[in-house]
Design a protein around this ligand. Structure first.
Ligand code: GCO
Length: 398
């Protein structure tokens, strides 16, 4: 297996509005962070002040060697009240797209990345069908204003996580634990994606459209135990397959993978002895990316181009980050060598940022942020990954 990626393979890095912009007070996550008994470690606050510093950050990622910048637009800024559109917010995101293009970077725009306006949450959120209609209307308005500058569009980020963590674990808003509402929310998220794809394809502008799916390398232990195998299959059938089936009609499928999860006959098993555990609580397991790319390819029948729209590691050990990346990217090369159509790799994240309920503790960034001063510091992993991007090859290691 070679070390070179195919001609045209794209290299990107990613953020999400609520995790980096700061001051997103009008959405369900800000309310969740300040709610009585919240599971959140801390509030997002000013985050990385990316709302004001986006130009500097885009200039930095371009200088490092990245082709793509994946970011999300914040619904609660664009539509602060039902039907009330902020042209100032839309113009802000036009400036973000324009800054990308001015630096030779393709803007990859996510239309929903975990957060919804307070008024949407108060109207029922994803377990109310009205949210589908509201999201379609929002997407129509946003693409009308931004479409001519968009390079690629992700409809909804990890809809399976929005449903599972919000309605089965109760750790994300609305913090409900209900099998029935989990199913309703899942159906609404699937419907929202299906309805918004043609909306985004209608332009203005012409760009590929897809969803980004959280995928996990589910492993039965022991490997041949029927009950353990059944638990893995149940997790895939519930959390991944409905989205993979829907993606069959899309221009790409965004695969977002970080680690594995082991199931024994009785249920989920914790980290395996002697396998490092990361601040997120899951194992250091970079081989998971190849496994999930192969599964996505198989389930979609090899008909949908794949893009790694998130992969990375929350760690304070930047050498460990480079080791993780080297193995994960080796897995991408193995997939390419076997004919899988993988179009690009986007590292999560450009900046150390607000990691949802975990707060700022897990550091996924290749660029450190001093949140007292907002000073950015490029980590060695940023230089390394940027060199891989510029060479389009893992051979940078010599
Ligand atoms: C997710 C989200 C990101 C996370 C990242 C690290 O996958 O949960 O897309 O917002 O920050 O994955 O956990």
């Amino acid at each position: 297996m070679g070390t070179d990626f195919p001609e045209g393979f794209r290299w990107g890095t990613a953020t999400a509005a609520h995790q980096v912009e700061g001051g997103n007070w009008n959405n369900d996550w800000w309310a969740w962070e300040h709610a009585e008994g919240t599971p959140c470690a801390e509030p997002s606050g000013d985050a990385c002040d990316h709302w004001h510093r986006f130009e500097q950050d885009i200039s930095l990622l371009a200088a490092l060697g990245f082709d793509d910048y994946r970011f999300s637009i914040e619904w609660s800024r664009i539509e602060p009240e039902p039907g009330e559109i902020s042209l100032a917010a839309l113009d802000h995101y036009r400036r973000v797209c324009a800054a990308c293009l001015a630096h030779g970077v393709r803007p990859v725009v996510t239309f929903h990345h975990f957060t919804s306006p307070r008024w949407v949450a108060q109207a029922g959120g994803w377990h109310d069908a009205s949210t589908v209609e509201h999201f379609v209307r929002f997407a129509e308005r946003a693409v009308a204003h931004l479409g001519d500058l968009i390079g690629a569009a992700c409809t909804i980020n990890e809809p399976n996580v929005v449903a599972f963590v919000g309605y089965q674990l109760g750790v994300f808003p609305p913090g409900i634990v209900s099998d029935e509402l989990f199913r309703v929310a899942t159906d609404n998220l699937l419907a929202a994606h299906e309805r918004v794809v043609p909306v985004l394809r209608s332009g203005p502008g012409e760009f590929p459209v897809g969803l980004t799916l959280s995928m996990t390398d589910y492993q039965p232990h022991p490997g041949d135990d029927p009950a353990a195998v059944a638990r893995c299959e149940e997790a895939r059938a519930t959390l991944e397959d409905p989205y993979l089936e829907l993606a069959a009609g899309d221009d790409f499928l965004g695969v977002q993978t970080y680690s594995r999860m082991r199931f024994g006959p009785e249920g989920a098993l914790g980290p395996e002895d002697d396998v490092p555990v990361l601040p997120m609580g899951y194992e250091y397991y970079p081989d998971s990316l190849e496994a999930c790319l192969r599964r996505a390819w198989a389930v979609t029948g090899g008909q949908v181009p794949l893009v790694v729209t998130e992969n990375g590691i929350g760690t304070d050990d930047d050498t460990q980050r480079i080791d993780y990346l080297r193995t994960a990217l080796g897995g991408v090369l193995a997939c390419l060598a076997d004919g899988l159509d993988v179009r690009g790799y986007t590292y999560w994240s450009l900046l150390d940022n607000f990691e949802w309920a975990f707060g700022y503790r897990p550091r996924f960034g290749i660029v450190a942020v001093d949140r007292a001063t907002q000073r950015r510091t490029v980590k060695p992993s940023a230089e390394w990954l940027g060199a891989v991007a510029l060479a389009n090859s893992l051979a940078v290691d010599g």
